[in-house]
Write a protein that binds this ligand. Structure first.
Ligand SMILES: Nc1nc2c(c(=O)[nH]1)N[C@H]1C(S)=C(S)[C@@H](COP(=O)(O)OP(=O)(O)OC[C@H]3O[C@@H](n4cnc5c(N)ncnc54)[C@H](O)[C@@H]3O)O[C@H]1N2
Ligand code: MOO
Length: 391
């Protein structure tokens, strides 16, 4: 059994970036930018009016009267120059006419015919957005997962095609004679395959493309056939058949197909029988079958692997909370305890469930967090500060 941190390091060492592709901006949401992108223009590209009103020269005193000599609107500049005693009717977003130093907002002006007069309590602001005030040519957006505002920024930078990391392809394989797919009719000795649906959603949330393969029955040839179907995936995730029972075939079958094993068994609860290695061009993650074990291993190993493959910090990043109740000493394996968070003024409180059975999906679905107890963690009093991971 190796420690969790070492297992994670070995999993990450298996990661190979799946490469870079260019996608249209309209399809770049949630993708990870692969290299810095540089603006080739200033925004705004000219000094622009920030309000509707009148563009004038100088810094006129209250009561000044102007002759309106023309109009500027967004998309159509006033071609001439504005001089003393003159004003150009202007609208938000319009280029500021030459000679203008301020935009007087229309609420401060009284209009009569082709003249306007500045009222007594004019606003001091110039209401001008200088050229390049948002960004100048050369502004760089650094690699990151693209959020909606990033897409608007790239659009404003006039970047129509975006270099992004290719989505890792994840093949998910449930193993076991006892399993049927949701919606099928389970026999009397059967249950419904569940955890692969959580793993699939988790992988998709990290930008992966996922394929759920047929359930592999508990015979070596059947498992080998499904593993062959997974060829070409960047990551193959098997669930179940990882432990020491007579029907736990994943390690032996994958080894027979040439898997180079990185490790088998980790000092972690749940998740002890985790294995990882390289099978052909794929990283193979062999997760334990218990629903909670598989999903917790997904948070701790699959998601960091997918993030690393896309050039992101792998995480997971623990946060701090205070224990809502006392805990006895922990054993030799790190324990990732399902827990509820109770928000408070400072750090939240964290309250682990009494029942930490790795088959309890109801509790996992109810939980907010995994409370982390390191191997050999001593007894803890209520109020102790602890690390946790978000679910
Ligand atoms: N003698 C020992 N027995 C077990 C050990 C051990 O060290 N010595 N480890 C236990 C631990 S810890 C775990 S975790 C499980 C993991 O076993 P496997 O990975 O071999 O998983 P299975 O035996 O195939 O299944 C365990 C459990 O989970 C159910 N299952 C499997 N796949 C799914 C799925 N896709 N969806 C929902 N449920 C699934 C399966 O029916 C079993 O109930 O081994 C312990 N035993
Ligand atoms: O440690 Mo196993 O992965 O829970 O029940």
């Amino acid at each position: 059994m190796i420690p969790v941190a070492e297992a994670l390091a070995r999993v990450l060492a298996l990661a190979r970036p799946p490469g870079v592709e260019e996608v249209p901006l309209a399809r770049a949401a949630g993708r990870v930018l692969a290299e810095p992108v540089t603006a080739t223009r200033d925004q705004p590209p000219f000094d622009a009016a920030a309000m509707d009103g009148y563009a004038v020269a100088g810094d006129p005193a209250p009561g000044t009267r102007f002759r309106v000599i023309g109009m500027a609107q967004a998309g159509a500049a006033y071609p001439g120059r504005v001089g003393q005693g003159e004003a150009v009717r202007i609208f938000t977003g319009a280029p500021l006419p030459r000679g203008a130093a301020r935009v007087l907002i229309q609420e401060d002006m009284t209009a009569e015919g082709d003249h306007v007069t500045l009222g007594p309590a004019a606003e001091a602001a110039t209401h001008i957005r200088p050229r390049g005030a948002d960004f100048a040519a050369g502004h760089r957006l650094a690699p990151r997962r693209l959020r909606p505002a990033d897409l608007a920024l790239l659009a404003a930078m006039n970047v129509g095609r975006v270099p992004v990391h290719r989505r890792p392809v994840v093949a998910l394989i449930a193993t076991g004679d006892e399993l049927v797919m949701p919606g099928e009719a389970p026999g009397p000795d059967q249950i419904v395959a569940s955890n692969i649906f959580a793993l699939r959603a988790m992988a998709q949330s990290e930008g992966a493309e996922t394929r759920i393969l047929p359930i592999a029955r508990d015979r070596a040839e059947a498992l080998a056939a499904v593993l062959r179907l997974a060829a070409g995936a960047d990551v193959i995730v098997t669930v179940g058949g990882a432990s020491v029972g007579d029907h736990d075939l994943v390690g032996a079958v994958a080894a027979g197909m040439g898997m180079e094993r990185a490790f088998y068994k980790i000092a972690m609860r749940p998740g002890k029988p985790l294995m990882a290695g390289r099978l052909g061009d794929s990283v193979l993650l062999g997760l334990p079958g218990n629903p909670v074990s598989a999903i917790v291993c997904g948070h701790l190993f699959l998601l960091p692997l997918l993030r690393a493959m896309q050039g992101l910090p792998p995480g997971p990043d623990p946060r701090r909370a205070v224990l809502a109740r006392a805990l006895p000493p922990n054993g030799p394996r790190a324990h990732y305890m399902r827990a509820r968070l109770i928000p408070g003024a400072g750090l939240p409180q964290i309250d682990p469930y009494d029942d930490q059975d790795s088959a309890r999906l109801v509790l996992l679905a109810d939980a907010d967090a995994l409370l982390i107890r390191p191997p050999g963690d001593p007894a803890r009093a209520a109020g102790a500060e602890m690390d946790w991971l978000a679910l």
